[in-house]
Ligand binder design. Structure first.
Ligand code: FA5
Length: 342
């Protein structure tokens, strides 16, 4: 039938112009919708006057034309969808340089700690670790600090529900080790300590210390001072101003406070050194005879020295970090600036 041939010719011409799925939908609506050109074609055919054969022929041609259009639309739709999917696949140029994965870096504390461990290893010290969760005995009593001793107030303590504590200092490792090894011995104990403190530029509630303990025959203050001086000159690689003053700690006698001139302000005073020009860094002293006795060591035969290096503060001084909070911040932009240059 001419009518349907013309319609199909017109349909294919429109289909040839289709560029995307929206165009295709417009063509489908134009020809195949309820009021589209195909449906309209029925209006030109008089069903009353037509013979049964003519009606049959019209109906068959109508259905053929409809089927042909639907089939052509489906095919074109498939083609368009495939092209669209292909355009979404990113082309990869394998000759371009790749994306470098970000490199990790050591935390400045780790850098300084391992450097100090090496120094002490060269002096015959072994590295050991204690427990962050301690009991009252090793943290206080065995260090000559009985219950109700005023010295307990020097270190505000986190108590746990089960009566244990978060250790306030690495000195808690001292008697634990004395119980396990016979003198002579030399140990360092690096580790995390906790205090219920108000946080400021130089105080954190979580910080690192590095304890040292040497027990031998005839150990004297001269040995202690020599080791402290050697340590500081190797860490800083130059002379730094230090001052030694008497310090009170129940577990040493005599006891000293070793302060370093503040390397943030150079001496005039700043918030890091609480405007004193000095930073408390390295308290130390000769091990108290009572502590040796708690550890099962005869103080008439053996003597020793101990120190409690403020490792976090040392890192601040070494790298010129004026606020201690930076070190616990976990801020990778800060951390990756510290190459292991020591
Ligand atoms: C002690 O903890 C003693 N156990 C040190 C000691 C060991 C003395 C052996 C004698 C013999 P002190 O509370 O002063 O002492 O702490 C030692 C160092 O840890 C301080 O000099 C300081 O550098 C550091 N420190 C103490 N509290 C904090 C804190 N809240 N934040 C950061 N560093 C701290």
């Amino acid at each position: 039938m001419d009518l349907f041939d013309r319609l199909l010719t017109e349909f294919h011409a429109s289909l040839a112009k289709v560029r995307n799925l929206q165009d295709l939908e417009a063509v489908r609506t134009q020809f195949l919708s309820r009021k589209g050109l195909l449906a309209e074609s029925r209006k030109g055919f008089s069903f009353q006057t037509a013979s049964p054969d003519e009606r049959k022929e019209f109906g068959a041609s109508f259905n053929d034309a409809k089927a042909a259009m639907e089939e052509a639309i489906e095919k074109r739709k498939g083609d368009l969808e495939r092209t669209e999917r292909r355009s979404q696949i990113r082309e990869v140029d394998i000759t371009l340089p790749g994306e470098r994965p970000a490199r990790g870096s050591l935390h400045p504390l780790t850098i300084v700690q391992s450097f100090i461990e090496d120094i002490f290893a060269s002096l015959g010290f072994r590295v050991a670790e204690g427990f962050e969760i301690e009991n009252d005995y090793y943290n206080f009593i065995a260090l000559n600090i009985p219950e109700d001793h005023p010295a307990r107030e020097m270190q505000d303590t986190f108590w746990l529900d089960n009566g244990m504590i978060l250790r306030t200092h690495t000195s808690a490792c001292q008697v634990r080790m004395m119980e396990q090894v016979k003198p002579p011995f030399r140990f360092i104990f690096p580790g995390r300590c906790f205090r219920y403190e108000t946080i400021d530029a130089s105080h954190e509630n979580t910080f690192y210390q590095l304890e040292g303990l040497m027990v031998d025959r005839n150990v004297t203050v001269a040995h202690l001072i020599a080791v402290m001086k050697g340590l500081l000159s190797r860490v800083f690689g130059r002379d730094v101003m230090v001052r030694l003053r008497p310090g009170y700690f129940p577990f040493v006698e005599p006891g000293f406070e070793l302060d370093i001139q503040c390397l943030i302000c150079g001496g005039p005073g700043c918030s890091t050194c609480k405007h004193s020009g000095w930073v408390e860094l390295l308290p130390c002293g000769m091990v108290h005879p009572n502590v040796l006795r708690f550890g099962g060591i005869d103080p008439d035969e053996w003597t020793g020295f101990a120190f409690g290096l403020g490792l976090t503060r040392l890192v601040m001084m070494r790298y010129g970090i004026s606020d201690i909070r930076v070190l616990n911040s976990g801020d990778l932009r800060v951390m990756k600036q510290f190459a292991p240059s020591l």
